[in-house]
Design a protein around this ligand. Structure first.
Ligand code: NAP
Ligand code: SF4
Length: 674
């Protein structure tokens, strides 16, 4: 008897039976842009071997004007089709199925040729689109249908027509972006004409025995978005036009409500998909922040959908479905929804990967081969770098001993997990604990490893992490000054007014920790209120009329940095705005360009500018130091003095710009070579 009967039930689509209810949602990884088709094929084949029922590729442009950026990948030439054949053949040989997403970006296309329903620029693009005329619209429909036919020729099992997230088809649906007065604008039956026509033409182009998924925007989260009645009307028309499956889209890219970040509650939008259940006969897929088999099973058991879409969880662990089916759910590497190595990379033009799985998108290059000469390896430090090195080395057949002076593993991850909105770190630490036990790693916790403990090992890895930087502010030894470590470990009382020195990742985290009275991420009703999410059945676009309605802050917090720029500029590309918005909602004052003059019982005294002008008191009962970190290299230095060679990784190697992504990657890459 399986633990996940709904998740692992087959789904009959008529001409094909999917083996389970899991779809790998579309992700743009930038892999196609490498033009290394063996690498692209291996990425998908690895996930096919892991048992996912159906995968959707990253978005492929149907034409030049619709590409997300100039030169975006698509099926334009016979060579393109042959390249994609490599991917589909490899996927099929691995026992999988794959659909190609056709993504027309409309006004989100990052280029001067972009087109849309009306010539209205989006707030997230510098390019105003050209308003299409009748012939222009016909060309877009024909190009999308041609892309679908070519996908079939390239061996795909289906296509997904991207109709959500504020892209081209979505732009025709709502008056926010469609001001037309012809047969493509005005009343809803006109505004929905384009997506319906597209699906009809796609179906005609591909024949009956081909999967056509339509990704429908269920809650736009923008002003003048669709009502739920309109969504239902569209869903029925899309079904009649020939779609095989409806996939869920949540929120336009320009929406100011987070939809997939780690601070979004798990399965936060499954209730919206549930509203569509029973309205159409074709299967409906739900998505967003579903990252464990338990969450997925619950969503299906509660009748929210027929199938679940997970995307990033398949970067974290390609074997998600196989492990769930084998009752090894605890061994699934959890996607913590951080976006740090996937979306932040995509939007910086880098190849996506995963913070918890550095092999993601590097399948052909980062290989963990079984060792032919097993060694005894000591790893000192059970933070992310040390854990990653220890697990990878043990997985390759080495005998590993892991030391940490703390009595629990996790290092700095244990501080991250107490931050509101970072609860997923609990799962990551739990996963490391499961895997360390399974790998048979000898644990020496609660033990400060000294030089003598490390003699006799074939290799020593030092992952001793970081120590807080001393900012040297006069008065910092006072009783009202504490470090972030004491605050996050609950070792220091914190007053009702707080000044935070340092606005890096940890300064922001501490500000959220101190300003939030509750954890909205684990309280979906509170989270919806905080961000102003309403039922799209009663509020157009699903936006509450009163807007965000945050709880009162738990403390009055001021966050400071010395750099004369807006604090938070260096936070994650796709998540920084959420942290800044959260703090703004909590009334946190963010100050750049401060000189720290001194701390006394009244608070933090600062001045501004090179001439140290405009002295100001930041009144605070407590001052928290979050001034960055230095490598903790004591052990590495002692080993060097004793003539014992050691590999130094993680924060002990370089503390600047350290995060768990770099630490885990460095640990894995080192251990892959030992
Ligand atoms: P950080 O990001 O390097 O920030 C250190 C802060 O301290 C900066 O605001 C810096 O700004 C200030 N500072 C530096 N030297 C100082 C000095 N001598 N006196 C006073 N202030 C000083 O370090 P962190 O916040 O400790 O974070 C450590 C690492 O963890 C970072 O690399 C970060 O990316 C990562 N992290 C990431 C996240 C995330 O959400 N992704 C969350 C937490 C931590 P000024 O120099 O302008 O004052
Ligand atoms: Fe998930 Fe973070 Fe990995 Fe992206 S980088 S897949 S969000 S864990």
């Amino acid at each position: 008897m399986t633990l996940y009967p709904h998740l692992l039930a087959p789904l009959d689509l008529g001409h094909v039976v999917l083996p389970n209810r899991v779809l790998m949602g579309s992700m743009h990884t930038n892999l196609e842009e490498t033009r290394d088709w063996n690498r692209v094929a291996e990425f998908y084949a690895t996930r096919a071997r892991g048992g996912v029922a159906l995968m959707v590729t990253g978005g492929m442009a149907p034409n030049r004007e619709g590409g997300v950026f100039p030169g975006a990948a698509g099926l334009f030439t016979p060579q393109d089709i042959a390249n994609h054949r490599i991917v589909t053949d490899r996927t099929h040989a691995a026992g999988g199925r794959i659909a190609m997403q056709i993504l027309h970006a409309g006004r989100y296309a990052y280029g001067p040729e972009c087109v849309s329903a009306s010539a209205i620029k989006s707030p997230i693009s510098p390019f105003a689109p050209k308003e299409l005329d009748e012939a222009g619209i016909e060309k877009q429909i024909a190009d999308i249908a041609t892309a679908a036919a070519r996908a079939r020729e390239a061996g795909y099992d289906g296509v997904e027509v991207m109709g959500s997230e504020g892209y081209f088809l979505n732009q025709f649906l709502v008056t926010h972006t469609n001001k037309r007065t012809d047969r493509w604008g005005g009343p809803y039956e006109n505004r929905m004409r384009l997506p319906v026509e597209v699906v009809k033409r796609v179906r005609a182009a591909v024949g009956a025995d081909f999967i056509v998924i339509y990704r429908i925007s269920l809650i736009d989260l923008i002003p003048d978005g669709s009502t739920f009645d309109e969504v239902v009307t569209l869903a029925k028309a899309i079904e009649a036009a020939g779609a095989s499956i409806l996939n869920t889209g949540i929120g336009w890219h320009e929406a100011r409500v987070p939809t997939i970040a780690t601070s979004v509650p798990r399965a936060a939008f499954a209730w919206v998909t549930k509203k569509l259940m029973g309205q159409v006969a074709i299967p409906i897929i739900t998505s967003n922040r579903i990252n464990t088999p338990e969450v997925a099973e619950d969503v299906l058991a509660e009748g929210c959908a027929d199938m679940v879409s997970m995307a990033r969880p398949f970067l974290a662990d390609p074997d998600f479905v196989r492990k769930a089916a084998e009752g090894r759910g605890a061994e699934i590497a959890p996607c913590i929804a951080c976006n740090q190595a996937c979306l932040d990379h995509t939007f910086s033009g880098k190849i996506s990967t995963c913070l918890v799985n550095p092999q993601a998108c590097h399948e052909t290059e980062l290989r963990y081969e079984p060792t032919t000469s097993p060694k005894r390896i000591a790893v000192v430090g059970a933070g992310p770098a040390g854990l990653s090195a220890a697990l990878t080395a043990a997985g390759r057949g080495h005998s590993v001993t892991l030391f940490d002076r703390a009595t629990e593993i996790g290092g700095q991850l244990n501080m991250a997990k107490v931050i509101p909105g970072k609860e997923e770190f609990h799962g990551l630490v739990g996963w490391f604990a499961t895997m360390v036990a399974k790998a048979g790693i000898e644990m020496r916790l609660g033990q400060e490893a000294g030089v003598d403990d490390l003699r006799g090992f074939d290799a020593v890895i030092v992952a001793t992490g970081v120590a807080p930087r001393d900012p040297g502010i006069p008065g910092q030894d006072g009783p009202n000054v504490v470090s972030y470590i004491d605050v996050l470990r609950g070792n220091a009382p914190v007053g009702k007014t707080v000044a935070i020195v340092g606005a890096g990742g940890i300064g922001f985290d501490v500000a959220e920790f101190l300003a939030e009275a509750h954890h909205p991420t684990t309280d979906p009703d509170l989270w919806r209120r905080e961000w102003g999410v309403a039922d799209p059945a009663t509020r157009r676009g699903g936006l509450a009329p009163e807007g965000p309605n945050p709880e009162a802050p738990a403390r009055v917090v001021t966050l400071l940095q010395r750099k004369p720029e807006k604090p938070g500029r260096k936070l994650g590309k796709t998540t920084g705005w959420i942290h800044r918005a959260t703090l703004q909602m909590k009334g946190v004052k963010m100050i750049g360009g401060a000189n720290y003059e001194r701390i006394d019982a009244a608070g933090l005294h600062v001045s501004f500018g090179p001439a140290r002008e405009t002295p100001q008191l930041i009144a605070a009962e407590t001052v928290v130091l979050c001034a960055g970190q230095e490598p903790a290299r004591g052990l590495a230095d002692r080993l060097a003095a004793a003539g014992i060679a050691a590999h130094v990784i993680g924060g002990a190697d370089v503390a600047a710009e350290l995060d768990a992504k770099r630490a885990i990657d460095q640990g894995a890459r080192l251990a892959a070579t030992l």
